[in-house]
Design a binder for this molecule. Structure first.
Ligand code: ADP
Length: 542
């Protein structure tokens, strides 16, 4: 017997319809490439996303055809999110920080038909357009007056001219919620990048779960600043969760430095912001140096790589901002776990709470997880046993786009490539990425743990731990350190700083001071590049 309820499909168009009808005046504020602040709202975004849909129809784009973007976080990008997916096409967010050759490879692999790009990326498009063999239309996300006449890009049109003449009336099509809506390629640190293809159903369910109180707790009272880019796993689903709840969105555009982010937080009364630790490090340095305070910021979700405990402490103890440590992957849309406290933790001391908060957190409804040993046997949830972390759920990948290597799943579970523990309360803690774990004398050393201690030193701006071949121990950890501007620390001081904070054999063998730690396209430390840089490095006494 079937239930007698309406079987309306979970489509992305329903999100913007809802936001327009119920929260039409809620603001969408963007810092533009031009540097000025642009103000819009859900009503306007909805109307202009319907114009996008009409413009794509005029170009006869087929169902599920790919429309690529090379764009910062901003209102036009948001309009494309809804106009492209809502009309049944697939929005493909390209990462502009990749090498141009990678962008060409990805655009051809995805068979993109249209490329919409911010003017900051004009040089990239000029360099790659002739090699992107499937792209027929190029759209510059700007006013007609800003369109360069001599770009050399065939048929280049400005976004405003493209959608300007279109009607804002459009009937969103109805179709199966399992159809593809959007795609994002993994950064491809090993081998070619891999395409992850989200569906309408996975996106809406993920946005729903992401908005819940023990996840990101998104509501109509929020003013949200996603610093995490819309080209990286849909800005962690925040544009969709915001539309679902009527939250105000504040987009930073290209200005991701500490000063610009701080000013936007203050001027737009942002109470919730989201980003990777390296970005927050810049923000913290800015407010620490200028002796500033936050007047509205209440919480921030930090994820994408491990958030150093010193950062969680600084935000909460000094600035009164709650840090939600989150973990996820491109293959998981991306949210998997968020660290929020249980009742039993509320009366703990700040130190005890910090011990919980540094973990990556508990599963959201919709993501099941387990840890297994080398033979695939499930390990206990005791906070000690560590093993490969596997996940499953309705917004977890089943196959890569055109995946030639077969399904990535093992008995229906997706192996994340992370090594983790899970405690009796269900809090998962990442030990490391399996490829970054340091294997020393048959024991494993977590590079994250080694980095976290260095990051707590007042002179350290960023620290990355890697394993170096050792004749006796197989590998030994060293720590590469970028000092804070104007601060100083010696190798000996830093090694002494580890004493008493970790087991002796887990203390790095050496400190290498570097001018900068290589960051990847999504602001994460790129240890593969660091290993390349330190190719000729030899451990002391070997
Ligand atoms: P990639 O950077 O490989 O393209 P993702 O952006 O999807 O892909 O990164 C996912 C990986 O990032 C996870 O598997 C994990 O190793 C790491 N990661 C994400 N969040 C955290 C976190 N809070 N703590 C530690 N590692 C994290």
């Amino acid at each position: 017997m079937l239930g007698l309820m309406q079987s309306e499909q979970l489509l992305i168009s329903s999100l913007i319809d809802f936001a327009e009808r119920h929260h039409g005046e809620a603001e969408i504020v963007s810092r533009r490439v031009e540097g000025d602040i642009h103000r819009s709202n859900y009503k306007q975004v909805a109307a202009r996303s319907r114009k996008v849909a009409n413009a794509l129809d005029r170009w006869n784009l087929g169902f599920c055809d790919r429309v690529a973007t090379l764009a910062w976080n901003g209102y036009r990008h948001l309009e494309l999110y809804f106009g492209v997916s809502g009309s049944g096409r697939v929005i493909h967010t390209l990462n502009p920080r990749l090498h141009p050759d990678q962008i060409v490879w990805i655009a051809n692999h995805a068979e993109d038909h249209v490329l919409c790009f911010d003017m900051s990326f004009l040089p990239i498009v000029q360099a790659v357009h002739s090699r992107c063999t499937t792209i027929k239309h190029f759209v510059a996300l700007c006013d007609e007056s800003k369109l360069p006449r001599d770009s050399g890009i065939p048929g280049l049109i400005s976004y405003e001219a493209w959608i300007g003449a279109e009607s804002s009336t459009y009937e969103w099509p109805d179709f199966d919620e399992n159809c593809a809506s959007s795609m994002c390629y993994t950064s491809g640190t090993t081998g070619n990048p891999k395409g992850v293809l989200y569906s309408h159903r996975s996106t809406v369910l993920h946005a729903w779960a992401g908005a819940m109180p023990d996840a990101l707790n998104v509501s109509a009272r929020d003013s949200i600043l996603p610093v995490v880019p819309m080209f990286h796993v849909n800005a962690w689903g925040l544009p969709y969760s915001a539309a679902m709840t009527g939250a105000k969105l504040v987009f930073p555009g290209p200005a991701m430095d500490g000063k610009s982010i701080y000013e936007l937080i203050e001027s737009e009364r942002v109470n919730f912001a989201a980003g990777v630790p390296t970005v927050w490090q810049m923000l913290l340095s800015h407010i620490q140096t200028g002796n500033l305070r936050f007047s509205t910021l209440e919480r921030t979700v930090i994820g994408g790589s491990a958030c150093p405990p010193a950062m969680i402490e600084a935000f909460s103890e000094v600035y009164g901002v709650e840090v939600l440590h989150g973990w996820g992957m491109t293959e998981m849309s991306p949210l998997g776990t968020v660290c929020t406290l249980r009742n039993k933790h509320l009366n703990l001391s700040a130190d005890e709470k910090l011990k919980v908060r540094v973990k990556q957190g508990r599963s959201l409804y919709g993501v099941d997880m387990k840890i297994v040993d080398g033979e695939g046997n499930e390990l206990p949830w005791d906070g000690k046993a560590y093993g490969d972390l596997l996940v499953k759920g309705p917004w977890v990948i089943s196959d890569y786009f055109k995946g030639d290597a077969g399904s990535p799943l093992v008995d229906g579970w997706f192996p994340t490539g992370d090594v983790a523990t899970i405690d009796a309360d269900g809090y998962m803690q990442i030990t490391d990425r399996s490829k970054d774990v340091i294997k020393s004398g048959g024991e494993w050393i977590s590079s994250i743990d080694v980095e976290n201690i260095a990051m707590a030193h007042p002179a350290v701006a960023m620290a990355a731990c890697i394993g170096i071949k050792h004749p006796k121990w197989d590998e030994r950890p060293i720590i590469a350190v970028m000092k804070k501007q104007g601060a100083d620390v010696t190798r000996e001081d830093l090694l002494a700083f580890y004493e008493g904070k970790t087991a002796k054999w887990q203390i790095p063998d050496d400190v290498v001071f570097v001018d900068a730690i290589p960051l990847g396209g999504t602001g994460k430390m790129q240890k593969s590049k660091l290993r390349d840089l330190l190719r000729d490095y030899r451990l002391p006494n070997t």
